[in-house]
Design a protein around this ligand. Sequence first.
Ligand SMILES: [Zn+2]
Length: 288
Amino acid sequence: MTEDRSTPRSYEQPAAYQSLPGGPLDPDRGFYAGVASADRALTQEFEIPVRSGQAWEVKAGSIVRIHAVEGPQVGDLNLWNLHNPREHFWAARTRQLQRASMTTYDRFWSTLPYLRPMATVIGDSMAEHPDAEVIHDLLGTRCDPYVNRMLSGEDFDQHCHSNLTRAVLDHGLTESDIHDVLNVFQFAGLNEKREYFMDTCPTRPGDFFEFFAEIDLLCALSTCPGGDLSMHMWGSEAASPEEQLKHCHPLGVQVFSVAEDALRGWTPPEPAAYRGRNGRHGLELHSS
Ligand SMILES: [Zn+2]
C-alpha cells in the first residue's frame, strides 16, 4: 500500500511502552497511597538557598519531599544508587516508560544494566493544575555553563550543572557523575514547531513533590539560577543580576521515615533480570 503523504498521521496513538496490569509500569497504587498517608517521622530537613545545590543520603523506604517555601522556583534533581554511582536516574528512558513530565505513581528508572525503579512519585500538589501535563519537566536537562558560554559569550558559575557538581564533591562524585535531571516544578514542553520552550513556574509556597525511595539513594538538587524561569537568561535579553535574583527563591527539602506497617510486603526492587550476552560478544570473538 502506498503511503498517503498528503495528510499527517494522527498522533492519537497508544503509548509505545506498556506492561500488563500489575506489571512494572503499573505500580500498586493502593500501596503507594497508603505510604503517602501513613504516619511519618521527619529525619532530615533543610533549605537550599537560591542558586546553589545540596546532596543528601536517603535510606530505602523513606519519603523525600521537595517544596516551595517563598515563591516559585525550579529545582534540578539527580539520583544515584548510594552504593554504586554507575546506577543513576535515566531520564531519557523514564520519559519513554512514563511520560515527558512526571507526576504521582510515575517512577524514576535507573541506567543499564540495572534498570529498576529507584523511586516512585507518591505526592504532587501540581497534579490537579490545568497545566499538569507540562509541569515537572523531563524533556529538558540542567542548565550548564558550557551552553551558556556558547550562546551568551559569558562565564557564569551557578548553573544547575555547576551547583550539582559542587554538591556531590563531598560524596566522592565528580562533574562526570552529573546526569540528565528531572526539572522539578518546571513548566516546559514542545511548541507547535516541536521546539523546546520553558514558561514561568506556577508554584506557590507550600506546593510539593514527593517520592518514595525504593533503594538507598544519594539525591542532589539545584535551585536553578533562572529561578521561576520567567525571564530569558541568554544573550541580549538577559536582565541585570539584581533583576534576575528577584525571580529566585529557595527550595525546602524534607526526608521522612515511614511507619513500618505501611511498608509490610514491600522490598527494594532487584536489578533487571536480563542475563543475556551483552558486553560479552567481544570477549568471545577475541578468545576464539
Ligand atoms: Zn538550571
